[in-house]
Design a protein around this ligand. Structure first.
Ligand code: NDP
Length: 444
């Protein structure tokens, strides 16, 4: 049995109930196989893969808090410190009732490779709690965040572990968590990212994921001898990532013709007017269908996703598993020749197979949406220097990082003769840096 298979079989026996984590580990291990086989003896002797698939540490703790009626509750809090070979643990905190150890291990494992791809010194981690902020008052959320941080602060630090937001943890929660950390430790340091601009946040962080997605798409398209100018782009979602992807794609001369939310999608053949979308979504907190009230030439399709619309490029920016095998086939049949993922895992396994089979340009989210975490790492740098960089400075660094990610992914794919397979390229490029660092640091 190959080393990769041996390690995966043992992992299944050790963690039989962790479905999400096992699925992620299998997907990654399978694609890094050529890089492992090229060094099999060395890696086996060092127990490299056995160590790679086990978190360095998992911290689990109870989070007691009192609601507005005086009733006490206890939630479960976690921090998975997966791998610190190339830098302090870095990854978001998720507050959602579905949170459990398997999901956080899956997300933390993926984060190792995404963070490595950015070229910045950040390791992989993830954390959170099975707490649902929906329907809770500000005071309840604050008490929960304070109780959560009262335990977590012992295990994190600017040079140790730097959490950020994720589902259910936005600017409000990061603010409360930061306030409690500072209060307990008396330290004003970059221990969390995604902070408000008035207390150490970075300019261009809101734009970073969407802009980064378009920068790497532009690079990939140009490497294929094409150009974004004049191309028709289909985007899903209408939140943070979708909005800034629309803005940057439009600035680069492409025409974005769709956006969506969980109720349906809008099609504007003349190109989406982003100021109208931003007013509806960010100011009025309305639904995307309201766009057609203001732009009568646009159409709204209730209950549908935009994958049947003819386009050159598709940028899924809404949620996981939003493109299945049939959707992918529709896109390809309609002439789509490029897919880059703003969302995390928007394409299911059948969709990815369809892209790879058709040999269209496809950049997986791990590489394509890494601009968000990369800019969080730039926030850490600014906090360490006690300086704030201009928007232009952060944006130009972001662009260089995304170009660098494309180069690393394409090079790794080429090195192992998987030229058109950037899934394999991204996993191998992410893995090789971490593997080098782990080998150099000995059996730890
Ligand atoms: P937002 O919450 O700002 O926006 C999410 C958008 O997706 C909304 O328009 C939402 O519509 C839509 N959506 C949610 N669920 C569904 C569904 N089931 N079907 C169709 N549409 C849906 O999130 P972000 O823009 O920040 O994140 C989008 C994706 O990008 C996520 O996968 C996230 O993990 C990923 N990502 C985000 C990063 C960031 O920096 N923000 C970094 C890296 C990845 P509705 O209003 O109806 O809910």
């Amino acid at each position: 049995m190959s080393y990769v298979d041996e390690v995966f079989e043992a992992l299944k026996v050790k963690h039989p109930t962790e479905d999400e984590f096992l699925e992620a580990a299998e997907r990654v291990l399978d694609t890094i196989r050529p890089a492992v086989e090229a060094n099999e003896e060395k890696y086996r002797k060092a127990g490299l893969l056995e160590r790679l698939v086990e978190p360095e540490r998992i911290i689990t703790f109870r989070v007691p808090w009192t609601d507005d009626k005086g009733v006490n509750h206890v939630n479960l809090g976690y921090r998975v410190q997966f791998n610190s070979a190339i830098g302090p643990y870095k990854g978001g905190l998720r507050f959602h009732p579905s949170v459990n150890q398997s999901i956080l291990k899956f997300l933390g494992f993926e984060q190792i490779f995404k963070n490595s791809l950015t070229g910045l010194p950040i390791g992989g981690g993830k954390g959170g709690a099975d707490f649902d902020p929906k329907g809770k008052s500000d005071a309840e959320v604050m008490r929960f965040c304070q109780s959560f941080m009262t335990e977590l602060y012992k295990y994190i630090g600017a040079d140790e572990d730097v959490p950020a937001g994720d589902i259910g943890v936005g600017g409000r929660e990061v603010g409360y968590l930061y306030g409690q950390y500072k209060r307990i430790t008396n330290l004003y340091e970059g221990v969390l990212t995604g902070k408000g601009l008035s207390f150490g946040g970075s300019l261009a962080r809101p734009e970073a994921t969407g802009y980064g997605l378009v920068y790497i798409t532009d690079e990939m398209v140009r490497a294929a001898g094409k150009d974004l100018k004049g191309k028709t782009v289909v985007i899903s979602g209408s939140g943070n990532v979708a909005q800034y992807a629309t803005q940057k794609a439009t600035q680069l001369g492409a025409k974005v013709v769709t956006l969506s939310d969980s109720n349906g999608y809008i099609y504007d053949p003349d190109g989406i007017k982003l100021d109208i979308v931003m007013e509806i979504k960010n100011v009025k907190r309305g639904r995307i269908r309201e766009y057609v009230d203001q732009v009568p030439s646009a159409k709204y399709f209730e209950g549908e996703r935009p994958w049947g619309v003819k386009c050159d490029i598709a940028l899924p920016c809404a949620t996981q598993n939003e493109i299945n095998g049939e959707d992918a086939k529709k896109l390809i049949d309609n002439g789509c020749w490029c897919v880059a993922e703003g969302a995390n895992m928007p394409s299911d396994a059948d969709a990815i197979d369809a892209y790879l089979k058709a040999k269209i340009l496809y950049m997986p989210g791990k590489a394509a949406n890494a601009g968000g975490v990369a800019t969080s790492a730039l926030e850490m740098s600014q906090n360490s220097e006690r300086l704030s960089w201009s928007f232009e400075e952060v944006d130009s660094k972001l662009k260089n990082i995304m170009v660098g990610i494309y180069e690393k992914v394409a090079e790794a794919a080429k090195k192992y003769s998987y030229e058109t397979d950037f899934v394999t390229g991204a996993n191998i490029a992410g893995f090789e840096k971490v593997a080098d660092a782990m080998m150099a640091q000995g059996l730890v």
